[in-house]
Unconditional design. Sequence first.
Length: 230
Amino acid sequence: MLCVEGLEAGYGGARVLFGVSMEVGRGRLTCVMGRGGVGKTTLLNVVMGVLPASGGSVTFEGRSLTGLRPDERVRLGMGYVPHGHDTFPQLSVMGNLMVTVEASPHKDATAVDDALEVFPLLKPVLNRPAGSLSSGQQRRLAMARALVTRPRLLILDEPAEGVEASVVFEIGEAIERLRASGLAMLLVERYLDLALRLADDFVILDAGRVARSGTAEELKGEDVHRLLEV
Ligand SMILES: Nc1ncnc2c1ncn2[C@@H]1O[C@H](COP(=O)(O)OP(=O)(O)O)[C@@H](O)[C@H]1O
Ligand SMILES: [Mg+2]
């Protein structure tokens, strides 16, 4: 469903991705792993069109994404939860969700109810400004906002980072339920335990190149740990 081929990208003169190829199959969860600074976030940003590629291609459901803006990619069915918080702090939780409905291709407010079923703990705080929420609640809201666009591919950059253990657990459960519903996902995750529990397929990046890739079964080995050691 998502096919990345020979992707090259960087910042100014500094190359970060060197010929990265990977894919996400329909209804599958591909987990991108690797040490800090190897290019995981850069890869997601290029896939979403936030950052330009200097070479290679990205196709989604058979369609080339070259030249499309991030919002156009969202309209095609790609949802993105970037690293850290991504909410409008002054707007209420409901306001954050409604803004996203209005910007989405379907403009269907029942998508908000569906997203709140995935993160029911948001229901008691719908009128609170997003900026006043705990980091766990803000993370739930960021994920709910991406769901409101009704993506067919959900892209998540370290959704469990920097929140307490109970929220990590809940996000893991939500990801499992979403995958069970048929949603394809591209996940950057550094917690190996969580990644092993969730992923169908793995891509391990090292210094901007794919060091290993394969199904979760294929990668259940000790060298995976070596590639992830700091
Ligand atoms: N905005 C930026 N400008 C310049 N260099 C950057 C920028 N963002 C990331 N980098 C560099 O690109 C490399 C990859 O970063 P990143 O994709 O964030 O890695 P990861 O997500 O795997 O930790 C790092 O060396 C980082 O310092
Ligand atoms: Mg990162």
